[in-house]
Every structure is written in C-alpha cells, then in structure tokens.
Design a protein around this ligand. Structure first.
Ligand code: PLP
Length: 479
C-alpha cells in the first residue's frame, strides 16, 4: 500500500500547489501541441465555457424535476443538434457523457427494438466497418452481440457493395462513420443506409467527431457527402459536443429519427424501495456543468461562430496537406473529408512514420500512432491555427531524421504487428515500464521498443499483456 488515506488535511495553498505542479509533464494543449484529446477554441470561447461549467458545477441532471434549468439546457441542446442533423418533427435525443455513451445507447436501443420487432432473432448481429470506433465493440461486448466486419475500399471508406452479402435475418444494426476516426474519410452513408432501409434494418451514423464540423465544412463551400437525417435510412446519430463543439468534456448527444426508438434506450425500475427510478442513459448522477456549458457554447457561437472556426481550421488543414506534399517520404493517407487526417510514409520511401512520431514527441508534440497501415493521426482543431507553422517546421526536420531508419533488426511480421500495436496504444511512460518488464534498457521512445520486444508472443496473449498493463496503469505512481 503506497498511499494511505490522509490522517490530516493539508492547507488550501498546498493542495492547489500540488495540483498545479503535477501538470509539468502534461502535453501543452493550449499551445496547439496536442493533436487529440483536447479541443481549445482560444481564450474568449474557452473562458465562456469554463464560466458556464462552474455556474452549474454542483447541479445534478439525475432528476430533472429538481433542476428545470438543466432540463431546459439538455432538451434545447438535443433539439438544436437534431436541427443541425436535419431531423424532422419526430426526431428527438438526449445528452450523454460522451461519444462512447451515445454509441452504447444506440446499440442498446437497437437490441431492445429487435427484441420487440424481431423476436425470433436470438443471436443478434451488428455490421461495422473495420474502421468503426471501438465504442461499438465495447457495446457489442457489454450487450452480448456479435460483430460482422464490413471491408474497406481502397480509399478506406466502407465498401457498401459488400453489405448485401453480409446482411442476414440476424442483422439488427448497421453503422457507418462521418468521418471515421483513423483516416478522417466519410463512409458512403447514403448507399449504406439505403441498403439498411430496404432490408428493414436500423442504421447508425457515428458523427461523434464530425457532427459539429462537417455541416460547417459544407456551409463553407467544400463538398461533404450526406450523412445525416436527410437520408431516410439513417435512424440514429451520435454527435460529440466536447470535440468540435468546443464544449467542456462530458457532452455528447444521441439522436433518433423517431422518438419511438429513443424510448428503447430508457431504463425504468418501478418497484425500488427508494422510489420509482427512471434514467435516460447509462449514468446515474449526471454532471450539470457539462450540460450547461454545451448549451452555452452553442448559444455563444451559433452557426456564424462555428462557421468562422471551421473555416480557419480547414485553411490550416489545407496548409498542412500542401506542406506535407513537399516533405520527402511523407504523405496524407486517402483524401480526408474534414479536419481529421493521417500521415503515412510514402510507398517506396525509407521514412519510418513511427520514428517520425517519436521525434515529434520529443519536441513536445502529441500525435497518436495508428496501425494497418502505420500512420500518425492529426485531429486538427482551432489550437493548431496558431501552432501549424512551428509544427510543420518540426515535422519536416523529424521526417528527415526518421528517413533511413528502418526496422530490419526486427524479424517476424507477427512481432512487428505486436510492437506496432503496443507502440500505438501505449504512451511513452508505459513503454518505459514495459522495457523494464521485458528486461530492456528503455529510453522512453516507442520506436526503441522494436529492439527489445522480440520475445513477446502474438495473438490472444497480446490482449493479456495489454490487460496486465492496464492493471499497472491504474495503480498510483510511486512516491
Ligand atoms: C471520439 C469518438 C468516439 C468516442 O467518443 P468519446 O467521447 O471518446 O467516448 C466515437 N466515434 C468517433 C468517430 C470518435 O471520434
């Protein structure tokens, strides 16, 4: 036991001081150094969001009858998002704590719907593009559903032509993404949702990352494929407000074409000794601050404000894409539809993209590593309008350093897959502990793992290794 429950309290200044000093090694997101995790809209909008959050810091949306204020903010926010997603008069939704909860609820509602309307289906299946967010896998895992994978086309969009061959009487839900996270391309939602509709199957559009940027990308005059309720086959949509809505964390919506489907998402326990308990989503107590801040930032910015933010973000994306073309060995993967892009090493070049990511990391940039293919992920948002020049200068230098570096030291392809996966999922601090665990010398750079990790087994054992790591991760740091 490394941390005892404190005997005595500490002073206010000490506590706040410890909080402040603990963040020294955190990524500097306000400086546009994080290409995921935080969406910083600049000080004016940020301070509005923070003030709104703090005003409703203590309020609890568990029981909206005690807080008509939160009920107003939640219902109005869901309604405004239904409008942005071009829903009709029957469209309705709820706020949730994030994209994962929204997706869990969409899948759960589909399962409950199928229990009523397709009672002979005892082993329900959902069809997901290979690139769909793992929140769907989590949902299938939690709710006992089987997943069938929709293959991708060459451009990394889901291959809609494969759907008819995958659909069976067990299929209860098909999903597509707008855009999918890894490469930032929008799946052919029009085609996919139409096939779903013709087969009497529900269709979910995952617009978690795109829902609050693609409509404004389109308004700015750039082509964006349809993905919302304007397509008759789309029956539910998830949109995160805590991403490109620039709200405080803990804010997403799950929207349904028809409120009858939303009903399937609700939970009621009518016989509890504590009273009748009804809850719209997965959480019990719900943070009032997130709901109020989401409503506030939409009120504050409106279409005009989001359009302006989106234009400057897309101009920055253009700058990055253009500059990448002139960096030897580097390329943007596929043709992204919005501000989410990924970088690969060009076919035939000897640039190592993971090594490029490590070099960037050492200069204080945070980019996620991806697999199949090896790539770096950039969620370009407003913070990068300012930091793009510095980033591109460092990217050029890091790509140069990472050229000529190759992994010939590594033998088997399976090992490469294992290492690639770990390098992607594990932050550098874990990799340091991993290198200790495997007897290596470490050094904190994930590309350096390749030399030391050859002893790791592939396959199912990999999952166990990651589980062991998670077990360690959620232990407190040594004092
Ligand atoms: C972020 C994201 C999610 C999950 O959202 P969380 O808020 O992290 O739970 C789901 N789908 C896509 C496409 C995303 O980008």
């Amino acid at each position: 036991m490394t941390h005892r429950f404190p005997e005595r309290g500490a002073g206010r200044e000490d506590v706040l001081g410890e909080l402040e000093s603990a963040r020294v090694n955190d990524v500097r997101w306000k400086d546009g150094r994080a290409f995921s995790l935080v969406f910083y809209p600049g000080e004016e909008i940020y301070s509005l969001v923070r003030d709104a959050f703090l005003l409703y810091f203590s309020e609890n949306a568990l029981n909206p009858s005690a807080f008509p204020s939160l009920r107003k903010f939640e219902t109005e926010t869901a309604a405004m998002l239904c409008d942005l997603m071009r829903g009709g008069p029957t469209a309705a939704g709820n706020m949730t704590s994030g994209g994962t909860e929204s997706i869990l609820l969409a899948v759960y509602a589909a399962r409950e719907w199928a229990r009523k309307h397709k009672p002979d289906v005892t082993e329900p299946e959902i069809l997901l593009p290979i690139t769909a967010h793992p929140a769907f896998d989590k949902a299938a895992h939690y709710f006992g559903l089987t997943i069938k994978r929709i293959p991708l086309r060459e451009d990394y969009r889901a291959d809609a032509s494969a759907l008819p061959g995958l659909i069976s009487r067990r299929t209860i839900l098909i999903a597509g993404s707008a855009p999918q996270y890894p490469q930032g391309v929008v799946d052919p939602i029009a085609e996919m949702s139409e096939i779903a509709r013709k087969n009497d199957i529900l269709f979910h559009t995952d617009a978690c990352v795109g829902g609050m940027t693609l409509p404004f990308v389109r308004m700015s005059g750039r082509p964006v494929p349809d993905f919302d309720f304007s397509l008759p086959g789309v029956t539910s949509i998830s949109v995160d407000i805590h991403k490109y809505g620039y709200a405080a964390k803990g804010a997403s919506v799950i929207l349904y074409r028809d409120r009858k489907l939303r009903r399937e998402q609700y939970f009621v326990e009518a016989g509890w000794t504590g009273g009748i308990y009804g809850s719209p989503g997965i959480l019990g107590t719900r943070i009032g601050g997130s709901i109020a801040a989401a409503w506030a930032v939409i009120r504050f910015l409106g279409t005009e404000g989001y359009l302006q933010l989106t234009k400057s973000v897309m101009d920055t994306v253009d700058r990055i894409r253009k500059e990448v073309q002139s960096i030897p060995g580097l390329a943007v993967l596929s043709n992204p539809d919005g501000p989410v892009i990924s970088l690969i090493s060009q076919a035939g070049s000897n640039l190592d993209i993971y090594q490029t990511g490590d070099e960037l990391q050492m200069r204080g940039w945070h980019l996620d590593k991806q697999q199949n293919p090896d790539s770096l992920h950039l969620t370009v948002s407003h913070a990068h309008v300012q930091s793009a020049d510095d980033f591109l200068r460092d990217l050029r230098e890091c790509a140069k350093i990472a050229s000529g570096w190759n992994r010939h030291r590594l033998g088997a392809v399976t090992q490469e897959a294992v290492v690639g996966f770990l390098a992607r999922v594990l932050p550098p601090s874990w990799i340091r502990s991993l290198s200790k665990l495997t007897g290596g010398t470490g050094g904190g750079r994930s590309a350096a793992m390749y030399g030391m990790i050859g002893s790791l087994p592939p396959g199912d054992d990999l999952r166990d290794i990651v589980l062991d790591f998670m077990d360690r991760l959620y232990e407190p740091p040594k004092k």
